[in-house]
Ligand binder design. Structure first.
Ligand code: FPP
Ligand code: MG
Length: 345
């Protein structure tokens, strides 16, 4: 599924686009994104390049830049510019991927993660200092590129960054009340994941020349799809093994970070779930308890309840696309939301 013509790994499109002309354009533009990313993470200090390439080359689905490109299609500028040098859509696609990549370097430190994208995490490969500084450096590159997009884009990038950090901090704090647990959780996820995916759709629409109405609708769509993406990720953290996800399974459980299936299981009151509820209420450092909780949760109806929530959210996100004319671009965006809700990797 990979091609190395751009110097780094070039992922196949993260979704099957049925319209051949649209698919061809998106593949060509994603190759330009890949080439530009490679250039942007090349530093005069070789070690920084090595540290940043580590996760860039490890893979990743590139859903944020893909969403920028798809959203840009709603503005009607369908041609692939021959000179990608100062194309704002391409720049925006790189901005969101670099911001995302930066956040992964920091996230793996917070999670003490060992694996990322099927590779050793950078904190495991080197140490926390390297991960934090590589993340900072990538974020500074992303900010430098954003400056080329103008003051509005810089403001949006800064607001997105605030929400990313706010979500990440709120995740370390408990909900104020048991009744508020779901609301708190959705706020966390909206911040740490919804915000940047909403910005991806927004930048694409803005720089692709879409109307204000379409830009607003796509921003809402992006936020909802982003939340659905994180909820799916959290379900996969429980349901899949590390070969499928490229990460260590059950990380959230081990850390005691509540996710949607856990919240649903915790909200049950039957005696048959008492042991699971007891295990879910705290971090699980003991391997035996961790395996027990993972097995109990995998078999629990809370998993299907969470999957239904995600499907419903993805459908509601697609409803925001009613402002777009029927056609291949709208179909691709609907397919993107569906794929995110049903993904297995
Ligand atoms: C993954 O969550 C983490 C995020 C989506 C956001 C992380 C944000 C920060 C660390 C703030 C700093 C940001 C920048 C730009 C420097 P997860 O741990 O639930 O998912 P995972 O399973 O992929 O690790
Ligand atoms: Mg993590």
């Amino acid at each position: 599924m990979t091609d190395t013509t751009a110097g780094g790994p070039l992922p196949a499109l993260a979704l099957p686009v049925l319209d051949p002309a649209l698919a061809e354009r998106l593949v060509a533009r994603m190759a330009q994104v890949e080439e530009r990313l490679e250039r942007e993470i090349t530093s005069e200090a070789d070690f920084i390049t090595v540290a940043c390439r580590h996760l860039l080359h490890a893979g990743g689905k590139r859903i944020r830049p893909l969403l920028v490109l798809m959203a840009a299609e709603t503005g009607g500028s369908a041609a692939v510019p021959a000179d990608a040098g100062d194309d704002p859509v391409l720049t925006a696609a790189c901005v969101v991927e670099l911001t995302h990549l930066a956040s992964l370097y920091h996230d793996d430190v917070m999670d003490e993660a060992l694996l990322r994208r099927g590779a050793q995490s950078s904190n495991a490969r080197w140490d926390n200092h390297v991960s934090i500084l590589a993340g900072d450096w990538l974020f500074s590159k992303s900010s430098e590129l954003t400056a080329d997009l103008g003051a509005d884009a810089v403001r949006i990038q800064a607001q997105t960054f605030s929400r990313l950090v706010e979500g990440q901090i709120l995740e370390t704090l408990p909900a104020e009340t048991a009744e508020g647990a779901l609301e708190h959780h959705l706020r966390v996820i909206g911040g740490k994941t919804g915000s940047l995916i909403a910005t991806s759709a927004r930048y694409g629409a803005m720089f692709g020349g879409a109307s204000d109405e379409v830009t607003a609708a796509l921003t809402e769509y992006g936020e909802m799809v982003g939340v659905a993406f994180q909820l799916s990720d959290d379900i996969l953290d429980i349901a899949s093994d590390s070969v499928e996800s490229g990460k260590t399974p059950g990380t959230d459980l081990r850390e005691g970070v509540p996710t949607l299936p856990m919240l649903y299981a915790l909200a049950t009151d039957g005696p048959e779930d008492a042991r699971l509820r007891e295990l879910l209420g705290r971090p699980l450092t003991d391997d035996g308890e961790h395996a027990e909780a993972l097995a109990l949760l995998r078999a629990h109806p809370a998993m299907d309840q969470a999957r239904s929530y995600v499907l419903d959210l993805a459908r509601r996100a697609s409803g925001r696309l009613d402002v777009l004319p029927a056609g291949p671009v709208r179909d691709a965006l609907v397919a993107f939301a569906d794929l995110i809700a049903t993904r297995t990797t």
